[in-house]
Design a protein around this ligand. Structure first.
Ligand SMILES: NC(=O)C1=CN([C@@H]2O[C@H](COP(=O)(O)OP(=O)(O)OC[C@H]3O[C@@H](n4cnc5c(N)ncnc54)[C@H](OP(=O)(O)O)[C@@H]3O)[C@@H](O)[C@H]2O)C=CC1
Ligand SMILES: N[C@@H](CCC(=O)N[C@@H](CSC=O)C(=O)NCC(=O)O)C(=O)O
Ligand SMILES: [Zn+2]
Ligand SMILES: [Zn+2]
Length: 370
């Protein structure tokens, strides 16, 4: 069965990022029908992630303009292109910026959630055939992260979408398209994390979700670190057992010294959820000699590099990273939605503000309210 609009161009509203570091502009866009192995989705809700703000600011090495940003969406399938078998018209879906084709070297490796099927074209802002599905004022508009959820309709590759429980409220479940899943997955998929000492740098959506994961995995000491002391209460609510503001430490004591002191030699696991390269170094160096593992999650500006003394690694600390929490979207995201539905994963608590599409720039400002 097909919808009335199937096969036709749909004209709808979208927020266009015409150039870096300028407000988004609400425009009429023409959204072409999906080609083979593509899906057109009516987006009902989207979150705004700090990565959208980062790309809009011009700091993303892959940032392309004009484009339609957004990657934390929830919607309903409007139509499907030829050969699409994994979703159907009317399905409630979450677009996936980390695809899962189940056929590429990455997917088959069993070692990573990264997928090679569409990543190269995704990074260039085009669909897998090298063309775009959006037009505005006669100009081609680029896609973003393979999702472009700041549009009333979007087109995604079939490997970049998953059907979820239709009873899940999409105004909240859309957040599982990035931040919450990223933090929760990064912690819960860490091997041997149970009963360990954990430090989480940055108490935003990602950091809070790491804290939730730490509680679920019954970690022993769970230390949240943020330069904003207003984050203490929420950190404790989501699973931190302690909170430190590095600015409050006595002169001469670094956050690394403090964490080593609190954990009898260093943390078993640390996570960066700030995107700050100095913090990434602190997170690594606060790990226990011999076995501590530090995971980089935050996204740093184009050109930024991390550094430490090689001795930190020689003496057994491990530096690694995680994208989308290591979660394989098509296989695992429906289960995470179920965790939300059965009350074992907090999601509603992350919704602090609502905006309509026309208020999207105010939505970006809302993220910075302390
Ligand atoms: N790898 C992945 O798959 C993903 C990565 N990300 C990235 O993760 C990062 C976190 O995202 P999100 O949680 O939404 O971001 P937020 O900005 O909401 O959270 C980051 C927190 O870190 C705090 N912070 C800043 N500097 C320091 C510091 N020196 N020490 C301790 N805390 C500090 C910030 O405080 P303040 O607000 O006062 O600056 C803020 O509270 C971003 O870089 C984002 O782009 C997001 C999703 C997926
Ligand atoms: N485009 C950037 C890197 C941006 C980045 O690291 N993105 C994360 C997701 S952030 C979500 O909010 C990610 O999953 N990276 C892996 C990937 O394959 O993109 C750059 O060029 O540095
Ligand atoms: Zn994101
Ligand atoms: Zn793949």
């Amino acid at each position: 069965m097909s919808s009335e609009t199937a096969g036709k161009v749909i004209t709808c509203k979208a927020a266009i990022a015409w150039e870096a570091d300028k407000p988004l502009s609400i425009e009429d866009v023409e959204v072409s029908p999906p080609k083979a192995h593509e899906v057109r989705v009516k987006i009902l809700y989207t979150g705004i992630c700090h990565t959208d703000a980062y790309t809009l600011s011009g700091q993303d090495a892959e940032g392309i303009f004009p484009s339609i940003l957004g990657h934390e969406g929830g919607g309903v399938v409007e139509s499907v292109g030829e050969g699409v078998t994994n979703v159907k018209v009317g399905d409630h879906v979450i677009p996936l910026y980390t695809a899962e084709c189940r056929e590429c070297k990455f997917c088959k490796s069993g070692k990573t959630n990264l997928c090679g099927a569409v990543r190269a074209t995704q990074g260039k802002g085009v669909m897998p055939d090298g063309t775009v599905r959006f037009k505005c004022k006669g100009k081609d508009i680029y896609h973003f992260m393979g999702t472009s959820t700041f549009s009333q309709y979007t087109v995604v590759a079939d490997v970049s979408i998953v059907t979820v429980n239709p009873n899940a409220p999409l105004d909240k479940a859309c957040l599982l398209g990035c931040g919450i899943t990223t933090g929760f997955g990064a912690l819960t998929k860490t091997p041997d994390v149970e009963n360990s000492n954990v430090a989480v740098f940055g108490v935003g959506c990602v950091g809070l979700s790491i804290l939730q994961g730490a509680r679920a995995k019954k970690c022993a000491k769970v230390i949240a670190i943020d330069t904003n002391s207003n984050k203490k209460d929420v950190a404790l609510k989501f699973g931190a057992t302690e909170f430190i503001n590095p600015k409050d430490l006595p002169e001469g004591q670094s956050i690394v010294d403090k964490l080593i002191e609190m954990t009898d030699g260093g943390c078993d696991f640390t996570y960066d959820a700030t995107g700050n390269i100095q913090v990434m170094r602190q997170a690594l160096e606060a790990c226990h000699k011999g076995w501590g593992v530090s995971t980089v999650i935050g996204v740093a500006p184009a050109g930024a590099e991390i550094s430490t003394r090689p001795f930190q690694l020689v003496t057994g600390r491990v530096w690694k990273g995680s994208a989308f929490g290591g979660v394989k979207g098509r296989t695992e995201l429906p289960g995470i939605v179920e965790d939300y539905m059965n009350g074992t994963l907090m999601v509603d608590e992350f919704v602090t503000h609502h905006q309509t599409l026309s208020g999207i720039n105010a939505g970006f400002d809302d993220m910075h309210i302390r």
